[in-house]
Design a protein around this ligand. Structure first.
Ligand code: SF4
Length: 829
């Protein structure tokens, strides 16, 4: 363990693909101090709000502590031996009865590389099926396809440093300011140093990333291919092609150009003016060093792969690739999405950038793993996997560190799939998620601060994540749990790892198979000699790791115009604009976009534990343009219903000009564990890119209406409560407890009667006050000694919300003065 500098331990942030270095120091009180790691090349000491608040999320509230059978119906605690035997038996039985493709793993970019490696080895190497897919499928699968089609390998050619060296940075479908904040800070700082650095944001929304933009192109949703086909044509028409590069290093240019030339009506399709288009095209063509950085706005599309290749085509055609300050740059969403791609945790690759359709690769891995049962063909991708489950074809599934009930499209179908599957095991560190609610068996995995292993960030930088806290209860590393199950399935000699360093060493050796002369981009040959101490002390390494990097390196790939295709040339791909699947109609005339908000992460199972992070956005919301709001009679902060044939979702209206008229934006984080009826995925149909299998999360036709209810309440409580019988609630973490925001169709006095049942006994004082005017405002407060336990305030919707939000109440010692203030009903705003 790297424990230096007065007990500070170097580790890595749990959240986004920037992969910031963190230093953590446990305190005797059980709390964790956090600061940025100044020596880490991703962030040089900087952290965003989520990284700074990492220490807030290590509380034990809601942790899953024990393997539990039937957790939702007569729960039965198991020891580890019984739990892993049960998993092994259920999987073995299904394989015996229905074949190896009747079982599946659905894994996550939250897993460490060592966890991923062992899961992939078990499923593909020994079970003999490729039915293992990662939730990274939802994040950057289209980029993987785009890279492989163009470069012959899943190669990210650039480094973060290239943002600082560029003349122009184009952000496409990326709200970098919120989704990769420290990278955005680096870009902002680079622009301060070099005001000539031209930043262009291409996004239907005017996001926070536009704060530093010289140009914002608010194009129509889904029109990126048309935009970049137009750029390719412009490069040709204005003599900005790099013919030498095209001739020496690429193929398929003429077909791609022909397809681009056939692209009619670019201004109409994109909704951009000719002047806007010309300005962007001219800047791209004339700046020498251009980085095009893109993420989910490009990838999460039914033509995501073509969007990626339309961008790469422009870089290849102008030779803007393979040297400092230049290149296409797909940034990953999750902390170890890149690690999953390397390990082969996607259903359509083998391991270490080796492929199913290459017999030599198949043989190399079979020999290395000493197996004659290596899967021979790709498995089911995420959406297909849950479709197969719903059709009864999957008899046992293991879901690791992810929450598909919230994150996959068409939530109803996902529920049906999990109900249909005879055996669902979920390993997680959180006890109550929408997915654990569907499990037959839950097993406790370690959380971020307890895990040890490696992660890879968006610039191919491998960093150690180190254990900084002991694990609570019976929580174990994922690689250990999987190895135990593998052993009980009869593969003990192949999974007898003593610690995660041994897994990593094996993985490093695997990366060298048939790769001693750089045949593949990904190699860890320089780490094959690491001993336990070397692994323990490992500093960040950027792959390819040809020799152990003792200093920070910033390596680029594809620098010599050599690609990983059979003939070594890059492929242009002819791309064609196609409208997104879900078109608007009279019934559903609005377009719903979805994405992240600044201070929350995915399904909030961790960020939802931080009072600091909870303050920024307290409830689910939908952004709506003022014209659209006026048309639908929606007022600011009002509860609204967004709906279509898939389902409905409730959120507070945020009226703003960030979105275009006719468009809406909802964050992805709230779900049935943190709110009622506020999940965007309930509205999103499972349309996917046919090559990458990535769902179209950014373009859903919906309608919207005010959701007028009769009464509202705020409920402050030290422990969570169950709220049945109300139409809407959202839970906000506050210091020492939770604040529930509630709305109901019941009259205020009936809502008050309902919620009063949630006031726990055990108090020694009960204060109450009633405005008396037909129960239009009522308040109860329970107190024990010097502590307020719970406080409930109910009011009729005919009154505006009270100013006094009670969120500070649990922090203050109870006093007569406070009692007086609480019993004087607040004036309304
Ligand atoms: Fe963590 Fe990403 Fe923030 Fe860095 S930018 S601190 S990796 S969430």
């Amino acid at each position: 363990m790297s424990r230096e500098n007065d007990g500070w331990i170097k580790t890595t942030c749990a959240y986004c693909g920037v992969g910031c270095g963190v230093e953590a120091r446990p305190k005797l009180s059980g709390e964790l101090e956090i600061r940025g790691d100044k020596s880490h090349p991703s962030n040089y000491g900087k952290l965003c709000t989520k990284g700074i608040a990492l220490g807030d999320t290590i509380i034990t509230d809601g942790r899953l502590l024990t393997p539990t059978l039937n957790p939702n119906d007569q729960p039965q605690a198991l020891d580890w031996s019984s739990a892993t035997t049960l998993i092994a038996d259920k999987f073995s039985q299904a394989i015996r009865d229905y074949g190896s493709d009747s079982v599946a793993f659905y894994v996550s970019g939250q897993l460490l590389t060592e966890d991923y490696y062992v899961a992939n080895k078990l499923m593909k190497g020994f079970i003999g099926s490729a039915n293992i897919d990662s939730n990274s499928r939802l994040c950057m699968a289209s980029s993987v396809v785009g890279h492989k089609r163009a470069f012959g390998s899943d190669t990210v050619p650039v480094c973060y440093e290239d943002l600082e060296l560029a003349d122009m940075v184009v952000l496409v479908g990326s709200n970098l300011a919120w989704c990769h904040p420290v990278l955005f800070q680096r870009l902002r700082a680079a622009k301060q140093v070099n005001p000539e650095l031209n930043v262009v944001v291409i996004d239907p929304r005017k996001t926070e990333s536009c704060d530093i933009a010289d140009q914002h192109l608010g194009l129509h949703s889904g029109s990126d291919v048309a935009l970049f086909n137009g750029l390719l044509t412009y490069l040709d028409q204005h003599q900005h092609l790099d013919h030498t590069y095209i001739k020496a290093h690429t193929q398929g240019f003429e077909q791609a150009l022909q397809a681009a030339r056939a692209q009619a009506d670019i201004a109409e399709i994109t909704g951009l003016s000719h002047q806007q288009l010309d300005e962007f095209y001219h800047a791209f063509a004339t700046q020498q060093k251009v980085v095009t950085l893109y993420s989910q706005g490009v990838n999460q599309s039914s033509i995501g792969s073509d969007k990626v290749n339309s961008i790469i085509n422009c870089h290849l055609a102008s030779g803007k690739i393979g040297y400092p300050g230049c290149g296409p740059f797909s940034v990953t969403g999750q902390p170890n999405a890149m690690g999953g791609r390397e390990v082969g945790a996607l259903a359509n690759t083998l391991a270490s950038h080796m492929e199913f359709d290459n017999p030599q690769h198949h043989q190399l891995i079979s020999d290395f793993w000493h197996t004659d049962n290596l899967a021979t063909q790709p498995g089911l991708k995420a959406v297909e996997l849950f479709d197969a489950m719903a059709e009864g074809k999957i008899k046992a599934v293991w879901i690791m560190a992810t929450n598909p009930m919230v994150s996959l499209p068409d939530s109803d179908k996902i529920r049906k799939a999990m109900q249909t599957c005879p055996f669902v095991v979920v390993s997680d560190c959180i006890a109550d998620t929408e997915t654990t609610r569907m499990a037959d068996l839950v097993v406790p995995a370690q959380g971020w601060s307890e895990k040890s292993g490696t992660v890879t960030n968006s610039e191919r930088r491998i960093s150690r994540q180190r254990r900084v806290m002991p694990s609570p209860g019976m929580a174990k590393p994922d690689w250990w749990i999987i190895s135990q199950v593998a052993s009980k399935m009869g593969y003990a000699q192949h999974f007898n790892y003593r610690h995660e360093g041994e897994v990593f060493a094996e993985y490093a050796r695997l990366s060298t198979l048939g790769n001693l002369s750089g045949e593949r981009d990904f190699t860890l040959i320089g780490l094959t000699q690491l001993d336990d101490q070397g692994y323990s002390r490992l500093t960040p390494q950027q792959w390819p790791v040809v020799k152990l990097q003792t200093e920070i390196v910033n390596q680029r790939l594809l620098t010599k115009g050599r690609f990983y295709t059979p003939d070594g040339k890059a492929n242009f791909i002819a791309t064609h604009h196609k409208a997104p699947h879900d078109g608007t109609s009279n019934r559903f005339p609005l377009l719903l976009n979805s994405g992240r908000t600044r201070d929350h992460w995915h399904t909030m199972s961790r960020t939802g534990l931080s009072a600091r992070l909870g303050e920024y956005r307290t409830q689910p919301y939908v952004q709506i343009h003022p014209n659209t709001a006026a048309y639908y009679g929606i007022t600011s902060n009002q509860l609204v219903k967004i709906h279509n044939t898939q389902g409905q979702s409730l959120a507070r209206a945020e009226i703003c000009a960030q979105v275009l008229p006719g468009q809406l934006f909802m964050p992805i984080h709230w779900n049935n564990a943190t709110a009622k009826q506020s999940k965007p995925c309930a509205l999103i149909a499972p349309f996917t890119d046919k090559l990458s299998g990535q769902p179209e999360f950014k373009h859903t036709a919906v309608s919207i209406a005010p959701y007028a209810l009769q009464s509202a309440a705020r409920f402050v409580t030290r422990t969570m409560v169950t709220l049945d019988g109300v139409e809407y609630w959202a839970r906000q973490k506050i210091e020492h407890g939770y604040l529930y925001h509630i709305e109901s169709s019941l009259p205020a006095h009936q809502l008050a009667n309902l919620l009063k049942q949630q006031l726990h006994s055990g108090y020694d004082q009960l204060l109450s006050v009633d405005s008396g005017s037909a129960g239009s405002q009522q308040r109860w407060v329970t107190v024990c000694g010097e502590q307020v336990l719970q406080a409930l305030h109910v009011w009729a919707q005919s009154l505006p919300a009270p100013v006094d939000d009670l969120s500070e109440l649990l922090k203050s010692p109870f006093s007569d003065e406070l009692a007086g203030a609480l019993l004087a009903l607040p004036t309304v705003a």
